[in-house]
Every structure is written in structure tokens, then in C-alpha cells.
Write a protein that binds this ligand. Structure first.
Ligand SMILES: Cc1cc2nc3c(=O)[nH]c(=O)nc-3n(C[C@H](O)[C@H](O)[C@H](O)COP(=O)(O)OP(=O)(O)OC[C@H]3O[C@@H](n4cnc5c(N)ncnc54)[C@H](O)[C@@H]3O)c2cc1C
Length: 464
């Protein structure tokens, strides 16, 4: 480690905070960049400063862990260069381009830890562009960050552990959860139980949510096939199918999510090698067991390099920081060497638990076969499933980036972050290929929308 070592961490969620803590403990002063205005990441997202709600109300069973992450970062502020409200929109070897409060800047680094987390994995259904349809995570952000529900009568649908958690949080907060619709079957969850016993506390929390929802009369339906959203100017209901035929439930808002997808664009732009992860059905940047990426000086921690959950994100953040310290010639304290071994064991256990979760809430692999031609896949460019199929068939396109060039799918504001998963499923299905064979949309800067022009902030007393 030399005086020239300049470490930057992108992300102040559980992974980024624990990485910063470990670096500081080993004598480094990292820069921590986060586009959010307060640290905590997704799970421990903090409300605006003027909101006062107890951690117990906000985070339930996770209140103590939230407190630990929040107070750890608070204690680190004097020892790190923390820059909130700072979006990293581009990266080149040794330099990050950022947008902070409307101003652009560059941040140099010699070593970089990407702890960029994840977003919802969304699969469209007819009517999903009607006002009142949210992503599942977005529904939770409304509750956690702003203290409001997305509607008065809400349906939550898709699959994954967050589905049950958010249904519980909504019902507990007093919203009417008109139905919770899971595309996974009860038998999927039963088969997955042995693997999920790897983390009995997490499993127990999940079972508690299910029991609570049942005992409070929230209608839970498993093994469903979502059919369409009803409503013209606003959601008025949702239709789904199960063993008993087609059913309808009235609601004024819907949250949809099928698990999470890692935010991998910065790793992509920086030239990391990717591999196809069969378990999570997606492309992920390679990292070794301690978090080193395939690019020298770059480390990956937390859900941004594969979904493992919040506890594992903390462990991975610490572990990547320890690897970085060792790689830069730093000497680990004996207690940190022992800790590295413990973290390795915990991360291995999380990976085994993840196998159970993926079995319990499998991706609905038949979704593309059932998607009608007029279903909008790319909201930004208004591209339908039929447009994609016709483009693929007329041009012989078998690969995602070619499909993007020819159809404009993924070229809008979301840059494929929302529509990329669904578009790849459609292409794979209509060309008779595996999802792996169609490849992935390459990351492009800016990774998230930035303004065309950057204006000077108005002077005090001047109206904007
Ligand atoms: C909306 C949502 C809600 C969730 N709620 C729960 C929950 O209630 N319970 C649960 O167990 N799990 C939840 N999860 C999963 C959980 O968030 C993760 O397992 C955990 O937070 C991962 O921690 P992390 O540090 O890897 O990433 P995160 O906590 O996601 O933190 C990543 C941080 O990186 C920042 N960032 C990302 N990209 C950039 C960029 N380009 N420039 C600057 N900053 C950037 C983000 O602002 C964020 O603060 C949720 C996930 C999502 C997407």
C-alpha cells in the first residue's frame, strides 16, 4: 500500500459500508460515492431527514442490522470521503465520471470496489403501462422512503422472497392487499426447504410472513399465470389464471417483480469478463471467491455481482476490502486473517442457501411463449413482442445487441435495465435458442439518464 493508493467505493449499501469500514480499519481513507442522498442502500434505505419513524417501523426484524449499518457509516464519516447524491455514469480505467447535484466531475482511483446492488427483474403483462403499475421494489421504496402506499387496494405479483415481505409490510402498514399472486408453486417451495435450511433464521422470517399474511386474511395464490392488467387511465384490476380458471381481482395499484437483477453496467464498461449464471438465469461479471474482478484493481461486492442478499452483501464487502488490502501490500492484523476465513465460510453458505431460494421462486420460463404479439416490452421506445419477433425473423437476428440495433429495444432511458430481460427471453424463444445463446445487452455510458446540458445552480435568492 502506498500514499498513491486511492480507493473508491461505488455504493453505500451494506456491501459498500462494510468495505469502507474494513479499509479504514486497515489504514486507508476511501472515497464512497452513492447516488442516494443517505447511506443504507436498498434494504436499509433511510427516509428523508425530516421524516421521523422508528427503525422498528421501517425495517421490522432487520431494525438492528439497519441500525448497525447506519451507525457504522455515521462513525466512519470523519475517516472517509463520503459523496452522496453522486451518480457514477461512466467509468474508464482509473477514472469515474460523476454527476453531483447537476454538476459533472471526475473522480480518479487506483483501486475500485463496485458495490452497486440490484434492481427489480420485471416481466411485462398486457396493460402494465397503465398508471398505477409499479415494480415490486418501487412499491417498497414508496413505503420505506416516503411513508406512503402505491394505492389503497394493492395487488402484489410475480415471485421471490420480496413478494411476501412487501405484502407483509403493506398489510402491516394498514394498506389493503387485495391479493398476493405468486407464479411459483407451493411444491417448488416445499422441494426447496432442505437447501433453505442453510440459513434457518432467514427461512424462519419467511415462514413468519406467510403465517402472518394467512392469519390476517390476505389472499395468497401460488402457481398463478398473470393474464392482464385492467383499466384505461388507471389500474382497476388484474386478471390471472390458476387451476380453477381465470380470476379477476379489483385494485387501484399493482407491484410486479420476479426477483432482482444485478446492476452490472459499470463492471461491463470497465471491461470485466462475464459468465452465464444458470442458477440466476443471467450474465454476471466474473469475480473470484474474495471479490476480485477479471480487471486488475477492480473488486465486486454485494448484489451487484450476483444476488445473495443483504447479509452476504455485508460479508462480501468486508471480504473484498481485505483482498484489496492484501493485494496492495498491506499486512492484515491476525484477527482480520481469521475474519477472512470466517467470511469465506459464510459466503459459501449463502451461495448454498441461494440455490434453495432460486428453487423456491423459479423464474417463469414459459413467460415468452405466452407473451402476445401486442405486448409492449420496451416502454421507452414502445417496442412490442411482435416487433421483436418480426425483426428477428425478417433479419435472421439471433443476438441481443443486433436486435437492439435493428429494433431500438433497450435504447431508451432505461438502457435495457427494465426491458432487457424480457427482450432476451422473447428473442431466445422465437429463435429456438437458449437464453444464454442470445447474449446480453452491452453496458453503455451513461449507465443512467443524465441531462444533455449541465446548468449552473441558481444563486441564492434567485428563482430557478
Ligand atoms: C428496491 C429494493 C428493495 C429491497 N428491499 C429489501 C428488503 O426489504 N429486505 C431484503 O432482505 N432485501 C431487500 N432487497 C435486496 C437487498 O437490497 C440487497 O440484498 C442488499 O441491499 C444488497 O446490498 P448491496 O450493498 O449489495 O446493494 P444496495 O443495498 O442495493 O446498495 C447499492 C448502492 O449503490 C448505489 N449505486 C448503484 N449504482 C450507482 C451508481 N452508478 N452511482 C452511484 N451510486 C450507485 C445505490 O444508490 C445504492 O445505495 C431489496 C432490493 C431492491 C432492489
Amino acid at each position: 500500500m502506498t500514499a498513491l493508493t486511492k480507493v473508491v467505493i461505488v455504493g453505500a449499501g451494506p456491501a459498500g459500508v462494510r468495505a469502507a469500514q474494513m479499509l479504514v480499519r486497515n489504514g486507508l481513507r476511501p472515497t464512497v460515492l452513492d447516488e442516494a442522498s443517505r447511506w443504507g442502500g436498498q434494504i436499509y434505505r433511510q427516509p428523508p431527514l425530516n421524516f421521523e419513524r422508528s427503525k422498528k417501523t421501517l425495517y421490522g426484524f432487520d431494525a438492528a442490522r439497519a441500525e448497525s449499518i447506519h451507525s457504522t457509516m455515521n462513525g466512519l464519516l470523519a475517516h472517509v470521503d463520503y459523496q452522496p447524491d453522486t451518480l457514477v455514469w461512466n467509468a474508464e480505467g482509473g477514472q469515474l465520471d460523476v454527476l453531483r447535484q447537476g454538476q459533472t466531475a471526475t473522480v480518479p482511483y487506483t483501486h475500485l470496489i463496485l458495490a452497486t446492488g440490484a434492481t427489480d427483474r420485471v416481466l411485462p403483462l398486457p396493460g402494465w403501462t397503465v398508471p398505477g403499475v409499479f415494480s415490486l421494489g418501487g412499491s417498497q421504496v414508496a413505503l420505506k422512503f416516503q411513508g406512503c402506499a402505491i394505492g389503497q387496494r394493492v395487488v402484489l405479483m410475480g415471485t421471490g422472497p420480496l413478494l411476501y415481505l412487501i405484502a407483509y409490510q403493506y398489510a402491516k402498514a394498514g394498506a389493503v392487499v387485495a391479493a398476493m399472486l405468486d407464479t411459483a408453486k407451493l411444491t417448488d417451495q416445499i422441494v426447496a426447504l432442505p437447501a433453505m435450511l442453510q440459513q434457518p433464521t432467514v427461512l424462519a422470517k419467511g415462514l413468519y410472513y406467510v403465517g402472518w399474511l394467512h392469519s390476517h386474511g390476505v389472499p395468497l395464490h401460488s402457481g398463478v399465470q398473470p393474464v392482464r392488467v385492467l383499466g384505461e387511465s388507471r389500474v382497476s384490476g388484474v386478471v390471472w389464471r390458476d387451476g380453477q380458471g381465470e380470476q379477476t381481482v379489483a385494485c387501484d395499484a399493482i407491484g410486479i417483480g420476479y426477483g432482482l437483477r444485478s446492476e452490472t453496467q459499470l463492471a461491463d464498461i470497465l471491461g470485466c469478463r462475464f459468465y452465464f449464471d444458470d442458477l440466476q438465469r443471467c450474465w454476471l461479471p466474473e469475480r473470484d471467491d474474495v471479490g476480485r474482478a477479471s480487471v486488475s484493481g477492480l473488486y465486486l461486492a454485494g448484489d451487484g455481482a450476483g444476488i445473495l442478499g443483504a447479509d452476504a452483501a455485508e460479508w462480501a464487502g468486508e471480504r473484498a476490502a481485505l483482498a484489496l488490502v492484501a493485494d496492495t501490500g498491506g499486512r492484515l492484523a491476525p484477527k482480520d486473517s481469521a475474519r477472512a476465513l470466517m467470511l469465506d465460510a459464510k459466503l459459501a453458505q449463502s451461495r448454498r442457501f441461494r440455490i434453495g431460494l432460486e428453487r423456491a421462486f423459479p423464474f417463469p420460463v414459459h413467460w415468452a411463449a405466452q407473451a402476445p404479439d401486442d405486448l409492449v416490452i420496451c416502454r421507452c421506445e414502445e417496442i412490442t413482442a411482435g416487433d421483436l419477433r418480426r425483426t428477428a425473423q425478417a433479419t435472421g437476428t439471433v443476438e441481443m445487441n443486433r436486435l437492439k440495433a435493428l429494433s431500438r429495444v433497450g435504447m431508451g432511458r432505461c438502457q435495457g435495465r427494465i426491458c432487457g430481460v424480457a427482450a432476451a427471453e422473447i428473442l431466445a424463444h422465437c429463435t429456438g435458442q437458449t437464453i444464454q445463446a442470445v447474449g446480453r445487452l452491452r453496458g453503455q455510458a451513461p449507465v443512467k439518464p443524465i441531462p444533455f446540458t449541465v446548468s449552473e445552480p441558481p444563486a441564492l435568492g434567485e428563482s430557478p
